[in-house]
Write a protein that binds this ligand. Structure first.
Ligand SMILES: O=C(O)CCC(=O)C(=O)O
Ligand SMILES: [Fe+2]
Length: 328
């Protein structure tokens, strides 16, 4: 007899080849969907390859990030995100504390989101966090290149959301309405090597879960991303050329009644003396999208663990908590 032992939690972040899902072969797609299901249960993180975004597009975005952060500090500070209620623009070093109670994160950032002018429905409805993006005047190529990248990655996000829906036995277009005009956040980050005199428990990005639906992370070749598996062990998610790292945000436990987790992760650039750049794109549903337990995940008693929430309100609350906007 072999005594039953529960299966051990994930020891590494799986790599999923999306090629068969997009090739028109239904069996290939089914197999990919099953891999996604397993990865979403544990560790809630996976790499994707053959995702359709070219290596050139990926390389150019990382290059664009480095060029932006090389601008003089005064120019970047003109775009300081704390000047905007919408918190988009430049995030100076240590502006955010992702792990409440820890010292601030040792990273610089820049972020864009839905560019809402006075005619946009969000502006008319006074949606919190609405606003225009801020772009560096001295670097005119930055905006079009950045926006083109965001559009391409969001399209991948929509396709991926379709596969995740299928992995929950939901229709492929289950998230499509919410992602028609996603309340996305397209970000670039710069992590200097950790200084020797960093405060205790000061990291590049403190341990946190992402707030939305899906995160599509492009990382350079430096490494430092770590992911917490189901048994609480931290596992490395080292760079794999040509891949995105995908993870699920806090909306998924609500949608799946905790079948899919929002996995904790953190960044520590202490493996090299080089600067690390990354470009996370958060593919989140539009502000008023109701995040609620999906029919296929509803428990028999019809009482899911979490009450529904409004997508934009949840994201807003997390911004205010981690950037201290409420305290200003
Ligand atoms: O830079 C990374 O690798 C991860 C960044 C991250 O977790 C975030 O911005 O939420
Ligand atoms: Fe994150």
């Amino acid at each position: 007899m072999i005594t039953y032992e529960p299966p051990s939690p994930a020891k590494e972040v799986p790599l999923i080849d999306l090629g068969p899902a997009f090739s028109g072969d239904p069996e290939g797609k089914k197999a990919v969907v099953w891999e996604i299901h397993k990865a979403c249960v544990d560790p809630g993180f996976f790499y994707i390859k053959n995702h359709g975004v070219s290596q050139e597009v990926m390389d150019n975005q990382l290059k664009l990030a480095a060029q932006f952060f090389d601008l003089p500090l005064e120019e970047k500070l003109e775009l300081d995100s704390v000047k905007e209620a919408s918190t988009r623009g430049y995030e100076k070093m240590a502006a955010q504390t992702l792990d409440e109670g820890s010292p601030p994160d040792l990273k610089e950032g820049f972020m864009s989101s839905v560019d809402a002018d006075e005619n946009h429905r969000y502006t008319k409805l006074n949606v919190p966090g609405t606003g225009r993006n801020q772009w560096p005047a001295s670097f005119p190529e930055f905006q079009p290149k950045y926006e083109a990248y965001a559009d391409e990655v969001l399209e991948l996000g929509r396709r991926l959301a379709g596969l995740v829906a299928l992995s929950l036995e939901l229709p492929e277009d289950y998230f499509a309405k919410g992602l028609e005009e996603p309340l996305h956040y397209c970000r670039i980050l710069k992590y200097p090597p950790m200084p020797k005199d960093a405060a205790p428990n000061q990291l590049g990005a403190g341990a946190h879960t992402d707030w939305g639906l899906l995160t599509l992370l492009l990382q350079d070749d430096i490494g430092g991303l770590e992911v917490r598996s189901a048994d609480g062990q931290w596992i490395a998610a080292p760079p794999i050329p040509g891949t995105y790292v995908i993870n699920l945000g806090e909306m998924f436990p609500v949608i799946t009644n905790d079948l899919y987790k929002a996995t904790m992760h953190r960044v520590l650039n202490n493996h090299s003396d080089k600067t690390r750049y990354s470009c996370p794109t958060f593919c989140d549903p539009e502000y008023f999208y109701k995040v609620e337990c999906a029919p296929s995940c509803m428990p028999a008693d019809g009482k899911p663990k979490y009450p529904p929430m409004t997508a934009g309100e949840h994201l807003r609350a997390q911004f205010e908590k981690t950037f201290g906007v409420a305290a200003q």
